[in-house]
Design a protein around this ligand. Structure first.
Ligand SMILES: *Cc1c(COP(=O)(O)O)cnc(C)c1O
Length: 425
């Protein structure tokens, strides 16, 4: 144990790390330890190159960039969809890169949520990210339904995690659709997506997963699990850049359903420029698109996804688990006297890509971390998220962060700051 607490041990882990060469591919500010890649992933050189190459195609081709160059714009969303497919275990045609997380959930609900007879309710939970809940409530209102009655939010027993049995118990025959996160944004709990999907399917309920915190962090097998729909952002673990274009998965069972929110980019590509007023929708997930793709915000993803293709999500996950496990060991050992609670699940099976620490002074501890050049993520009222990212963080950084936390607590450095959050996080 004593050996595990030494800096040399961390350095040894780094030497054995199969993914270590990827760190050089990222822009890391010298002297800072970035542990917030689950909120906004860092820029890689390859993402920068693919963005510059997009600009270059505009420079060179003007309007002809739609069909010319290495990455014709007209097919770019589909290409990125194909490149994302292995991260979620889907058929390439089932994936499209478009919109934003929130817009994509709206599209999924607009297209597939069809309250009928007794089946009118949407099942969610009380721990999901607010935007999902706002989108669901507004969709219910569009249908003339009262969210108070038609949105069911499964309660957490401990305030941090969900029990899948409680969710399954709530899948009653008045539920039309379930919307859940794959990995919870606070505690990082991984939900049993396979088991929940099976239960939903057996009950004739559609199920959608928000993969914002799971894509690029853990492997998925959406096709094998037979999940109906999924949606995610690309600026967290996928390192697509601030406001990067999001993704969506539609199980091929649902191909051919007319998009609820249609636009000319919902078209079958061969028909789009016929300019007819009757939409012939794309025969695959592409039908979920609306208008002209945001190409400059999609471009960095190409480089970023290539890194994932090369590194492999299985290896990313393996290292990530090792890092968070190591971090918990150090926290247990070094910080036991300081009132921290490790509020993420400890099991490998249930633990996502970040550590979630709770402390009554969390807001000002985060400010003290920043003063020490460690970038954490504060979640109100008392949560500190720390994400050692497999592609660019090191074991030595994990060691350093715990050391710095210990110093902040021992010297009461955090007391210099107000225990209040800033506008963002
Ligand atoms: C980050 C996040 C979002 C963000 O939605 P945007 O539309 O991309 O702003 C949504 N859901 C979850 C679970 C998230 O973690």
């Amino acid at each position: 144990m004593a050996e595990k607490l030494s800096r040399e041990y961390a350095q040894q882990l780094d030497q054995q790390d199969e993914l270590k060469r990827y760190r050089d591919e990222f822009y890391i500010q010298p002297g800072t330890i970035y542990f917030d890649g689950n909120s906004l992933g860092l820029l890689s050189k390859r993402a920068e190159e693919s963005l510059l190459s997009m600009l270059d195609s505009w420079k060179k081709f003007g309007i002809d960039g739609w069909l010319k160059g290495d990455n014709p714009w007209f097919y770019f969303s589909e290409k990125l969809g194909e490149k994302s497919a292995s991260l979620i275990g889907a058929d390439p045609k089932e994936v499209i890169v478009t919109g934003s997380t929130t817009v994509n959930l709206h599209q999924i609900l607009s297209t597939f949520y069809k309250p009928e007879g007794k089946r009118t309710k949407i099942l969610a939970d009380e721990l999901n990210f607010p935007t999902d809940i706002y989108a669901i409530k507004s969709q219910l209102r569009i249908h003339g339904l009262d969210p108070e009655e038609h949105l069911i939010q499964v309660k957490s027993r401990d305030g941090q995690t969900l029990d899948e049995n409680d969710i399954i118990d709530a899948m009653t025959d008045d539920v039309a659709m379930v919307v859940l996160a794959g990995v919870l944004y606070r505690s990082g709990q991984i939900l049993d997506m396979e088991g929940l999907t099976k239960a939903a399917r057996e009950r004739g309920i559609l199920i959608a997963f928000d993969l914002c915190h799971s894509i690029g962090s853990i492997p998925h097998s959406l096709s094998d699990w037979d999940v109906d729909f999924a949606f995610w952002c690309t600026y967290k673990h996928l390192n697509g850049g601030p406001g990067a274009v999001a993704g969506m998965y539609v199980n091929k069972r649902h191909f051919g359903t007319s998009p609820g929110l249609a636009g000319w980019f919902s078209s079958d590509k061969n028909k789009q420029f016929d300019m007819e007023h009757e939409l012939t929708a794309a025969p695959d997930a592409g039908a979920m698109q609306m208008g002209t793709p945001h190409l400059l915000s999609a471009a960095p993803l190409l480089g970023s996804l290539e890194i994932f293709e090369e590194a492999g999500i299985e290896r990313v996950r393996e290292k990530s688990l090792k890092m968070t496990d190591y971090m918990m060991t150090l926290i247990d050992d070094e910080l036991s006297e300081f009132d921290f609670t490790v509020a993420n699940p400890r099991d490998d099976e249930k633990r996502g890509g970040h550590i979630f620490l709770e402390h009554p002074e969390a807001a000002r501890i985060c400010k003290a971390l920043k003063e020490n050049n460690v970038i954490p993520d504060f979640r109100t009222p008392n949560g500190i998220r720390l994400a050692p990212v497999a592609l660019y963080n090191t074991f030595e950084e994990v060691w350093q962060v715990v050391r710095i936390l210990k110093k902040i607590m021992t010297d009461e450095e955090y007391k210099k700051f107000e225990n209040k959050r800033d506008v963002v996080a």
